[in-house]
Design a protein around this ligand. Structure first.
Ligand code: NAP
Length: 263
């Protein structure tokens, strides 16, 4: 299927690892040009060099905790590529506190900036360059926005839920300009960072509670992002696409496995 992304200009925040990097590769494979933003310049350059085999990719150093950085990233992408057609607000993180620890006001502010402000300011920076000829913005939320999870997600989940509603509100703000805004809600995804910390009991829990009995591979989140950004999704805006392998959607997720004797 031709997605119509050839020659399009894409910006991805946090494009050097995990879901963002997989999305960068997927967009490049569709013939788009990509600007990736992150803090670590060495990693940015290595990523651009490795993914450069698939197409034009340009690194830009930016810090999502600095609001002005989003506008600098947009200015850079526009001056390098001549347009900003798609913007993926991928930066986001849970606060690395252990379950049961108290959160401080600074912890909350950091998580809010990483998750919510990064989606808001990234979208606003993108819209500056999309208002003339339209575009697509994709915000990355989390399954933690739909199902409560205590511990590391205690404040992350509610802030990711805010990203979902922000996406609908911005879809309304920008509809008249031909800018579609959607949200992708990934489940547990086996990124390099997750692979370093995931325990066997985490994996067992995912297998027990997920219709597709495993964690996602980063490219399985990347392609839904690419689809929503493409012309083939031209009638989709203001919505959230859950990509969780069917995690916690029914009370008896192992039903068909048990019936078929596969468990
Ligand atoms: N992995 C999962 O299981 C999962 C599940 C649901 C939702 N999500 C969401 O999916 C998104 C991507 O997650 P991921 O797991 O793929 O992330 P990841 O592997 O940890 O990669 C994070 C990326 O963001 C960049 N980054 C981090 N802090 C930054 C900052 N302050 N300014 C600019 N760039 C920054 C990192 O590069 P630098 O460190 O060099 O800046 C890196 O490129 C996040 O919004 C996350 O909440 C992930």
């Amino acid at each position: 299927m031709e997605l119509g992304l050839k020659g399009k200009s894409i910006v991805i925040t946090g494009g050097t690892r995990g879901i963002g990097r997989a999305a960068a590769e997927a967009f490049l494979r569709e013939g788009a040009s990509v600007v990736i933003g992150a803090r670590n310049m060495k990693e940015l350059e290595e990523t651009a060099e490795t993914l450069g085999q698939y197409g034009r990719i340009i690194p830009f150093q930016f810090d999502a905790l600095d609001t002005g950085s989003f506008y600098a990233l947009a200015d850079f992408a526009y001056s390098s590529l001549g347009s900003v057609d798609v913007w993926v607000n991928n930066v986001g993180a849970s606060h690395p506190k252990s379950a049961g620890d108290e959160y401080t006001a600074d912890d909350v502010r950091w998580t809010e900036a990483m998750c919510f402000e990064s989606a808001l300011f990234g979208s606003q920076a993108a819209a500056r360059y999309m208002k003339e000829k339209g575009g697509a913005i994709i915000n990355i939320s989390s399954l933690a926005a739909r199902v409560g999870t205590a511990g590391r997600s205690t404040i992350y989940g509610p802030l990711k839920a805010a990203v979902r509603l922000l996406s609908s509100n911005l879809a309304a703000e920008y509809a008249a300009y031909g800018i579609r805004v959607n949200c992708v809600m990934p489940g547990f995804t086996m990124t390099e960072t997750v692979a370093r910390s995931v325990s066997d009991s985490d994996k067992a829990l995912v297998a027990e509670r997920t219709l597709i009995r495993r964690m996602a591979r980063p490219e399985e989140i990347a392609y839904p992002i690419v689809f929503l950004a493409s012309d083939k999704a031209s009638y989709i805006t203001g919505t959230t696409l859950e990509v969780s392998g069917g995690r916690d959607v029914v009370l008896n997720p192992m039903y068909s496995y048990e019936k078929s004797g596969m468990l």
